[in-house]
Ligand binder design. Structure first.
Ligand code: NAD
Length: 295
């Protein structure tokens, strides 16, 4: 039986609508709009697309968008000075520095400079630590979006076997923490894992965040598993435009899985939705207001 396809676009639209519906209440209580500052260094085409769509989505939700575009030669000190200015800017509730940064800039130092209360990407060690010990935290948007899709698809995740493939700080590790907090039995697989297909075969939930096109095959999956494909890989095509595929071989996997996210249209749209949600939550926190429950 073919897997059901999890519609990330529809789920993201639902979250964005709920966030937008909460903005007028915040404006009435705080006397200003929530504000998100996005910093882009350099001219990486993919990053430019992400930053443009983040700005558009922010404005559509009724929030202020502040965009800072810096030259690829910007010094680390200049970038840190901008982050400091945004930290102390009352109109800014969320700060997002688009990664990757040029090689001469220390990414960790830039992330560490962001006020953790404005860290809407959830990459600061304070937020990573809060997530790890079970305190309220700003959670990285992509894994947070994956969790939302999983709960929507499966209901309770308690007791399920989850295998996360990939151990990056922005996807794999926070994903594992979120699944652990939902009482899953969690395995983190990575490039040194022995016999990855055998590890994946025991999973009720598979989250693939690797960056290798169509690596996970249908015969690696337990029948009925729920598969979340985080990967975004562009394969060359004859017309030069390229074709986006995930880390999961959709054709073979969808013949075995119970449910699966497509690429595009699965996890991707959830990342921006969760960014808007995090910005609204950060804005409430900074204004001393209770964040709405139904986000
Ligand atoms: P990363 O390169 O930081 O981490 C990749 C991880 O995969 C590493 O931990 C590595 O150990 C593991 N890995 C590499 N080769 C492997 C192999 N052969 N077998 C098992 N594990 C292996 O990447 P990332 O930033 O975590 O991103 C992963 C993918 O998710 C990329 O395709 C990226 O484009 C995509 N991504 C999508 C979104 C979104 O919004 N949908 C957001 C972030 C990342």
């Amino acid at each position: 039986m073919a897997a059901s396809v999890i519609d990330g676009k529809a789920a993201a639209a639902g979250i964005r609508a709920r966030v937008a519906a909460q903005v007028p209440g915040f404006v009435a209580a705080a006397g200003r709009r929530p504000g998100l500052a996005v910093v882009l260094v350099g001219e990486d085409p993919a990053s430019q697309v992400y930053v443009r769509s983040k700005g558009k989505a922010t404005r559509e939700a009724g929030m202020e968008s502040f965009e800072h575009r810096l030259s690829p030669e910007v010094s680390q000190d200049e970038l840190l000075a901008l982050v400091e200015r945004l930290n102390s800017d009352e109109a800014v509730d969320g700060i997002l520095v688009q990664l990757p940064l040029p090689a001469h800039v220390d990414e960790q130092a830039v992330i560490a400079a962001i006020d953790p209360d404005k860290d809407v990407d959830g990459f600061h060690v304070v937020n990573a630590g809060r997530l790890a010990v079970g305190l309220p935290a700003l959670v990285p948007c992509t894994p947070f979006g994956c969790l939302h899709l999983l709960k929507q698809q499966c209901g309770s995740l308690s007791g399920l076997e989850a295998v996360v493939i990939g151990r990056s700080n922005i996807v794999g590790k926070p994903m594992a923490q979120l699944l652990l907090a939902e009482n899953c039995t969690v395995t983190i697989a990575h490039s040194r894992t022995r016999d990855l297909p055998e590890v994946v075969r025991r999973a009720d939930i598979v989250v693939a965040a690797v960056g290798r096109p169509e690596m996970v095959k249908g015969d690696w999956l337990k029948p009925g598993a729920t598969v979340i494909d985080v990967g975004i890989n562009r394969l060359p095509t004859d017309d030069g435009k390229g074709r986006l595929v995930g880390d999961v071989d959709f054709a073979s996997a969808s013949a075995v899985a119970g449910a699966i996210t497509p690429v595009p249209g699965g996890v991707g749209p959830m990342t921006i939705a969760m960014l808007l949600r995090n910005t609204l939550v950060a804005a409430h926190g900074r204004a001393g207001l209770e964040a709405p429950e139904d986000l």
